[in-house]
Design a protein around this ligand. Structure first.
Ligand code: PMP
Length: 435
């Protein structure tokens, strides 16, 4: 990225996980220009334009096979709202279960199931009723040590789910459970496979629809097109947005055919659904993914960044860091509880001064790295160098003096990693700084 006056920035934000093939990828520029000279937009009430028809064919090659039906809209929040309408139509039930710390968007229903920060619904009460928020195995929220046995924490959270589903509602009244497989705005926390499997089992047992919000994890970000593949679960509905058209607004819900069939005619839609420019871009994104072997790059660059970040911790054992974690190129860095307040914002500012764009997120002090999925090895090496400088400058600017035990080692969260890379090799998702 370059400013008007020519200053160069290395962008590890990708417009919040959107420009996954970088800014102005020449192939995307070309197809969008061609589409702009053909048809900008055609409303779907009277037919299907070619850009959308082609996209449906292309999407069918990357979507989970059992999710045969698609609803298109423009934003992630609209997709969440669409899924809620579909779940209510299909089950005849009204209530929703969402996860503590989740982010699902800013519209009225989305606010009610978003608890990553209070600021998203401040001054907007009352929110949509019928919502139960359940805990997930995020150690900061559970107020347990980052080093806790995750199997135990998964059991604890699912046990509380089993209570809440009868204390705050009744399973017969619950239409859907919605979850992000990696908690996004809430703190970049990969949720253990056993927890996600536990939720799907409970949904099956109670006839509740299981909805995966893959708005941020989707489209190659975590190392597979969608995270459902890595977890090996079959959601009833899956939401996509952000990187699908690399920055042009396109989002949607992929669902089982029986759910689509149960949708009351006329309830789903929107003026910009399936916008032609967005569709043209989205089709080409899928082709570029294949031609440029993007998923392989995600695995390689993920390993480079995760190892590089752990190396920074090992060489700077006095830094107030607690954990490096993530899947693929969705990487979170959490500061320790004793780090100065505002340290993540300060690090973002110090990195920006040095020409590196990163983001912070969550109620807790957490940084996130979301590079484009075609980021190169040299760019990652440069980013790691600038990040180390920015981080040290932020710690100094905040006047932090470390006088406790230093980081002695980095420990993976679980003895047996619950996720696998594309090539089948196991990879831990969290690395804890041991003091
Ligand atoms: N769900 C998730 C998991 C998200 O990360 C976001 C956006 N950050 C949304 C939904 C809402 O998407 P949008 O901003 O496009 O409405």
């Amino acid at each position: 990225m370059y400013t008007e006056d020519g200053k160069r920035y290395l962008d590890l934000t990708s417009g919040i996980g959107v420009t996954n093939l970088g800014h102005c990828h020449p192939r995307l520029v070309k197809v969008v220009q061609t589409q702009a000279a053909t048809l900008w937009h055609g409303q779907l009430g009277m037919g299907t334009h070619k850009a959308l028809a082609d996209l449906i064919d292309d999407l069918s090659t990357v979507m989970p096979k059992h999710l045969t039906n698609l609803f298109f809209c423009s934003t992630g929040a609209e997709a969440v709202e669409g899924a809620l309408r579909l779940a209510r139509n299909a089950t005849g039930r009204q209530n929703v279960i969402a996860v503590q710390g989740a982010y699902h968007g800013r519209t009225n229903a989305c606010m009610a199931i978003t608890t990553s920060k209070y600021s998203y619904h401040i001054g907007c009460k009352p929110l949509m009723p019928g919502v139960t928020i359940v805990p997930c195995p995020f150690t900061s929220q559970l107020k347990v040590s980052p080093n806790s046995n995750m199997d135990e924490e998964v059991k604890r959270c699912l046990g509380i789910f089993d209570d809440l589903i009868f204390q705050t509602t009744n399973p017969k009244e619950v239409a859907m459970v919605i979850v992000e497989p990696v908690l996004g705005e809430g703190g970049y926390v990969p949720l253990p496979k056993a927890y996600l499997e536990g939720l799907t089992k409970r949904c099956k047992d109670h006839g509740i629809l299981f909805v995966l919000d893959e708005v941020q994890t989707g489209y190659g970000r975590t190392g597979s097109m969608f995270m459902a593949e890595q977890i090996g679960i079959e959601p009833d509905m899956m939401l996509f947005a952000k990187g699908v058209a690399n920055g042009l607004p396109l989002a949607g819900v992929a669902m089982r055919p029986d759910i689509a069939k149960a949708s009351i005619p006329g309830t789903q839609g929107g003026t910009y659904s399936g916008n032609a420019l967005s569709c043209a871009s989205a089709s080409e994104v899928i082709k570029v993914f294949r031609d440029e072997r993007i998923l392989e790059n995600v695995a390689l660059r993920s390993a480079q960044l995760m190892n590089g970040l752990q190396d920074i911790v090992r060489r700077n054992p006095e830094l107030p860091l607690q954990e490096i974690r993530g899947r693929g190129l969705m990487i979170g860095i959490q500061f320790s509880d004793n780090a100065p307040s505002g340290i993540s914002g300060e690090t973002v500012a110090q990195c920006l001064e040095r020409g590196l764009m990163i983001l912070n997120t969550s109620k807790f002090e957490i940084l996130r790295l979301i590079p484009p999925l075609n980021v190169t090895a040299d760019q990652c090496a440069e980013a790691l160098k600038l990040f180390e400088e920015g981080l040290k400058a932020a710690v100094a600017a905040k006047g932090y003096v470390h006088n406790g035990p230093k980081v002695a080692s980095m420990k993976p969260c679980c003895a047996t990693p619950c996720y696998k890379n594309l090539d089948g090799t196991p990879q831990a998702c969290r690395f804890i700084c041991q003091r």
